[in-house]
Design a protein around this ligand. Structure first.
Ligand code: GLU
Length: 304
């Protein structure tokens, strides 16, 4: 029987995992679209996970706003969106496993104390196995990984990949590295397509996969959309929210940033047609590792 285009006929599972620290901006739309096109062209699933485990950084209403913007742009997720704030039991279970298998230590050092250590030196907590109250739980990153292959950025290396990162923070919150790996494993993610700002976080995540004895997904880090001063366009530097009144134009421009050359006529068609064109034209190998925009009109449109 012939299969309908873009149905789930493969084992591919991808995801978009925004933190609700503000509304979606053009950079996060590019990331969302890249992971969506890759999942749909692979005839797999595209999941959305709201990474709301850091209440101090959360902006009220941002989760709903992000989901609404995705939906307006026709980026319809498969399954129900997952909220990290509801998954504490999973994170606790993963931490308990790491504690039991001697992969962790309690560290009550202050930031200043850690910063004062000589490079590549561990603090004294690392050699102690005792429980400490109000302490961070750090991962003993002993078999540190120095290089990995990224589907877009190619060979990635890291000189300081041995950092003993936290899996539970001193303030009691679960750390991003732990939550993201726990969820990607639990959700069966086969490929992580996300922004290149997380290129180095991948080293810590790979170390966790190794400890859990779980095969990691493959990674593809998309080019970052930069602000006029050359920093990553982000919610923290107040990148403007995506304008839902011009979804076709937003998708059209986001595709150009991902190495696609959509015909101009697509700007006046429907969201569905633009996305279908993108799914058919998509080529991960054609995505540039970096992008620079020289078009002043587009720069002004998205404050980039
Ligand atoms: N929540 C992270 C962010 O918004 C992305 C995490 C990931 O894709 O692994 O920057």
């Amino acid at each position: 029987m012939p299969t309908l285009p873009h149905q789930h006929t493969s084992n591919y599972v991808g995801r978009f995992a925004p933190s609700p620290s503000g509304p979606l901006h053009f950079g996060s739309l590019v990331t969302a679209l890249g992971s969506y096109l890759q999942a749909k062209q692979s005839q797999g699933k595209w999941l959305v996970r709201i990474e709301d485990i850091d209440p101090p950084r959360e902006v009220a209403g941002a989760s709903e706003q992000i989901l609404n913007t995705l939906a307006q742009h026709g980026l319809n997720w498969d399954d129900e969106p997952v909220f990290q704030s509801q998954r504490s039991a999973l994170y606790r279970q993963k931490i308990a496993w790491l504690l039991e298998h001697n992969y962790t230590y309690f560290c009550d050092c202050t930031r200043a104390e850690l910063a004062a250590l000589a490079p590549k030196t561990l603090c004294c907590c690392a050699t102690q196995s005792n429980f400490k109250k109000h302490a961070a739980i750090r991962f003993k990153n002993s078999k540190h990984i120095k290089t990995y292959f990224d589907e877009i950025q190619q060979e990635v290396s890291h000189r300081d990949s041995e950092v003993q990162f936290a899996i539970k923070r001193k303030d009691g919150l679960f750390a991003y590295q732990l939550a993201v790996v726990a969820d990607d494993i639990a959700q069966g993610i086969t490929q992580v397509v996300r922004g290149a700002d997380l290129l180095h976080a991948t080293f810590y995540q790979l170390a966790l996969y190794q400890a859990f004895g779980h095969k990691p997904p493959s990674f593809a880090h998309l080019p970052l959309v930069l602000s006029p001063n050359g920093s990553k366009l982000s919610k923290q530097n107040h990148a403007p929210a995506i304008d839902n009144q011009q979804v076709e134009l937003n998708l059209f421009h986001a595709m150009c940033f991902l190495g696609l050359s959509p015909p101009k006529s697509l700007q006046t068609t429907t969201v569905k047609e633009i996305l279908n064109w993108g799914i058919n034209a998509w080529q991960l190998s054609a995505v540039p590792p970096e992008v620079a925009c020289n078009d002043n009109r587009i720069k002004a449109l998205y404050s980039i």
